[in-house]
Design a protein. Structure first.
Ligand SMILES: NC(=O)c1ccc[n+]([C@@H]2O[C@H](COP(=O)([O-])OP(=O)(O)OC[C@H]3O[C@@H](n4cnc5c(N)ncnc54)[C@H](O)[C@@H]3O)[C@@H](O)[C@H]2O)c1
Ligand SMILES: O=C(O)CC[C@@H](O)C(=O)O
Length: 529
């Protein structure tokens, strides 16, 4: 019988499902070295947010076939390490949406009426009504940052409470936001206008410390902010200062830069202007049943040799089909991610062209992988091989799929074209003999470069000296160039330059590059590791 380790507390309904096919051991609060020691015995691991599944744990898990996260975020799992070992990582992208949204609203109302402090005061034997005069949310402006599943649910509750709704989401169309009764605005406007701000986006390099001292300075002195998304999106030190100095009226946090929150965190010393909960967003009976069923069923199915329905890293395909398609799925995801960044993220139209040997009906998973790549910059681990098409549809992206078997440059190639705020951009890619990914054209300019974590693309006039200028400019910002290639159609016409960089591009440098004579446009790209 296979063995499953459950290392965080999950609802009994999940244990019952797993017990149908496996021996289930529940061992919570394991120190990391103990987990690494016992993991070789197990075929599956089921966790919540408490267990850190590091590359070391994955390396030690020689029998592991699947890691199930009873919840959405897989930021506590080293997913690339699992993928390298062929271990499925599954989650429950929607099981706790309502719970998290309701917790954010509860925080907003508690902040407005000082419910936690008033309760403590009465329990301490007092009858103090004066200290707890609150404010109403009716007719106030609610700024939602990240209008995905949870943000949308918060918007419908906000609307029902008579609030004016603003939203900032760089990956969502104005039409989709309007359908939810929200006015899509820039972040600056939202920060300045909102009485309440609630955060519902993933933690990414882009959103890390998005709410810093500068952002807090822009908020009204009467504004209140709620973070039930991920720790690190708000700079906690800056928030402490802003609350202490009365720059904003209040904040409520469910998530922290470090969890559990350090015992000596300065945040614990603040008064009724700050409400803290211990990552309770998903802690409802209903959500815990939903996520436990969602994930336990997937672990059970995989142990029975069936596909998983919500795999974050590998689609649920038959192993032989998967073996053949795996390099193409990687190609499609990488190109999808790249073209979405070139087009500016908020994609309106997406064209997927399967060429050469890929122009068959068996290539459908490649189309899905391209969509997953397209959305992954915005949605991170919440987009998977199952929901990618639905997510694209719900975001109003017009997807066109074509096949052309006559293109013979490579055995099979993929041409992706996306239209977004930065215009229409295209990228072609193929696999070399040893399944190495190559980007073979950008905006129809022929190139031949492997994808890299950090890349810079320029569209420029092909003229002497331009490459040297960009090289020196990057050097002056201490950015090391790993490789460089130019693609052009005619000599001294337009050209693209593709630079693979060892370091991310520092802020402001893109502006400097576009100011150089001859440079028409420049784009910076970050691909997953
Ligand atoms: N506190 C909890 O217990 C709890 C429970 C569930 C989810 N969460 C967290 O809540 C957050 C939202 O989850 P969801 O299920 O709604 O995700 P989702 O993927 O459905 O929505 C996320 C939204 O954020 C947007 N986004 C991406 N980058 C952005 C940026 N830079 N600025 C603004 N918006 C951006 C995306 O376009 C998307 O619309 C996640 O961080 C998730 O991990 C927390
Ligand atoms: O309670 C949990 O397991 C964390 C929930 C939440 O942060 C998630 O990512 O699903």
């Amino acid at each position: 019988m296979p063995k499953v380790l459950v290392s965080d507390s999950i609802d009994q309904v999940g244990i019952d499902i797993l017990s149908q096919v496996a021996q289930v051991d529940v061992k919570t609060n394991l120190p990391p070295e103990e987990l690494t020691k016992i993991i070789p015995e197990y075929d599956a691991l089921m966790i919540r947010s408490g267990t850190r599944v590091t590359a070391e744990v994955i390396e030690a898990g020689t029998q592991l076939k699947i890691i199930g996260r009873a919840g959405v975020g897989v930021d506590n799992v080293d997913v690339p390490a699992a993928t390298r070992r062929g271990i499925l990582v599954v989650n429950s992208p929607e099981g706790n949406t309502v719970a998290a949204a309701e917790h954010a609203v509860a925080m907003m109302l508690s902040l407005s009426r000082y419910v936690p402090d008033a309760n403590q005061s009465v329990k301490a034997g007092k009858w103090d009504r004066k200290s707890f005069t609150g404010v109403e949310v009716y007719k106030k402006t609610l700024g939602i940052v990240g209008l995905g599943k949870i943000g949308s649910h918060v918007s419908s509750i906000g609307r029902a409470m008579g609030m004016r709704l603003l939203a900032f989401d760089p990956y969502l169309s104005t039409e989709r936001a309007e359908q939810m009764g929200c006015q899509l605005v820039e972040l600056d406007f939202l920060l300045r206008e909102s009485d309440y701000i609630t955060l519902h986006m993933p933690k990414t390099p882009e959103t890390y410390h998005l709410i810093n001292a500068e952002a807090l300075d822009k908020m009204k002195p009467t504004a209140r902010i709620v973070n039930c998304a991920r720790g690190g999106i708000i700079d906690e030190a800056a928030l402490f200062d802003a609350l202490k100095q009365g720059k904003i009226a209040g904040a409520a946090l469910d998530v922290y830069e470090q969890e559990p929150l350090q015992e000596d965190s300065a945040l614990r010393s603040l008064g009724k202007e700050l409400i803290l909960t211990p990552h309770l967003g998903a802690s409802t009976e209903e959500a815990q049943v939903n996520v436990a069923i969602d994930v336990a069923e997937q672990i059970r199915d995989v142990l029975l040799g069936l596909p998983a329905r919500s795999a974050v890293n590998i689609p649920g395909l038959r192993p032989d089909v998967m073996e053949k398609l795996r390099p193409y799925l990687q190609l499609a995801e990488t190109l999808g991610n790249l073209v979405s960044q070139l087009a500016g993220g908020r994609i309106e139209e997406f064209n997927i062209r399967l060429q050469g040997d890929l122009a068959t009906n068996e290539s459908q998973p490649i189309v899905i992988a391209a969509l997953k790549g397209l959305l992954s910059h915005a949605l991170q681990e919440r987009v998977n091989y199952v929901n990618a098409s639905i997510e694209a549809k719900e975001r109003g992206i017009h997807v066109v799929e074509t096949r052309d078997a006559t293109v013979k440059d490579y055995t099979g190639s993929l041409l992706l074209t996306a239209t977004g705020p930065l215009g229409t951009h295209s990228v072609t890619g193929a696999l070399l003999g040893d399944n190495e990914i190559r980007i073979t054209s950008i905006d129809e300019f022929p190139i031949n470069v492997p994808p890299n974590r950090y890349m810079l693309f320029t569209l420029h006039r092909d003229m002497p000296g331009i490459i040297g200028k960009i090289g020196s400019l990057l050097g002056s910002f201490n950015v090391n160039i790993a490789s460089m290639q130019v693609g052009r159609k005619i000599i001294r016409g337009d050209a693209v330059m593709v630079l693979s960089l060892d370091d991310p591009l520092p802020e402001g440098i893109l502006n400097e590059i576009t100011k150089e004579p001859g440079i028409r446009d420049a784009y910076t790209i970050t691909l997953p590791e």
